[in-house]
Design a protein around this ligand. Structure first.
Ligand SMILES: [Zn+2]
Length: 299
């Protein structure tokens, strides 16, 4: 008994028990206190930061108790660093979509929800969505502050709402025919006309090019009574645009024209008191007020 105690004593003077740490079979070094070290590792896995959704060690470390020389150094910090290097971090961010178009991305779900809520208040018919995105590559994360994302979302919504106002029966009338002064609005009565005004009068210099508001086919191009030189374009879906009082007509019946293509020039032919374009929009043969569409074409 006595001898064993002496031997043990001698061993403990020269040696100490420490843990060897291995990761995926590779020896990383030695640690003094296993419990303390494991709590440091647990902390690594609980790492919380912006966009960090999950932290997992690539491999669980293995520990084995060893008796080593008292001079043997431990290297906890180094081991922690190499564990850290091998950690799999999953990042999360949230993309905001308006009508299936990505608008921007933010860091948290709460931010995304706040933006969506505001958009819904602006437009109850819009399609707003949040897409939860995950990546293990931090450089993939392209998020904005909530202020910037909100601004982007409003900009996108504004464009969509404007486009909606430019669209009649599924046909987008987006190209400005002429820019000028509105001299007579739709629906007003006048001494020079027998019925209420069926279009919008836009006054500008004689000879100014008149452009087609959308793609279509010319269905009419001739002088006709009070309309003077009249060009009609059929855009499909029952949508037609009429351009009246023109000076020179540049197109023929049956001609296919593109949005923005010059079809005539401003004049004062027919029942007119000065050079202007009488723009008329017809849907299934019925004239409608073109002013909102015209204002939106102006931007
Ligand atoms: Zn008119």
């Amino acid at each position: 008994m006595m001898a064993l105690a002496v031997i043990t004593g001698i061993i403990m003077i020269k040696y100490k028990p420490i843990y060897e740490v291995k990761l995926a079979g590779t020896e990383l070094g030695y640690i003094e206190n296993k419990k303390e070290f494991q709590s440091i590792v647990a902390e690594l896995e609980n790492y919380q930061s912006k966009n960090v959704y999950d932290v997992t060690l690539a491999e669980e470390p293995e520990y084995s108790l060893k008796l080593v020389s008292k001079d043997q150094d431990t290297n906890e910090d180094e081991i922690v660093m190499s564990l850290q290097k091998d950690m799999i971090i999953t990042y999360q961010y949230f993309e905001i979509y308006i009508n299936d178009e990505k608008v921007d991305a933010v860091d948290t779900k709460e931010q995304a929800e706040e933006i969506i809520l505001e958009l819904q208040q602006q437009d109850s018919t819009g399609k707003f969505e949040i897409k939860e995105c995950e990546t293990q590559d931090e450089s993939q994360i392209k998020t904005s502050t909530i202020e910037v994302a909100k601004e982007e979302a409003y900009k996108a919504l504004n464009i969509i709402q404007k486009e909606k106002k430019l669209t009649i029966n599924g046909i987008k009338l987006a190209s400005l025919p002429v820019e000028g002064t509105i001299t007579s609005r739709y629906g007003v009565s006048s001494r020079i006309r027998s019925s209420n005004h069926t279009g919008l009068d836009i006054a500008t210099a004689k000879g100014t090019p008149i452009k087609a508001v959308a793609n279509g086919t010319v269905t009419y191009a001739q002088y006709t009574g009070s309309y003077g030189n009249l060009v009609k374009i059929d855009h499909g879906n029952g949508v037609e645009t009429w351009y009246a009082h023109t000076s020179t007509m540049k197109v023929e019946v049956g001609q296919v024209v593109e949005a923005g293509e010059v079809i005539a020039t401003v004049g004062s032919t027919g029942n007119s008191t000065g050079p202007h374009l009488h723009l008329e929009i017809r849907v299934n043969g019925e004239h409608i007020d073109p002013e909102e569409v015209y204002q939106n074409m102006l931007g």
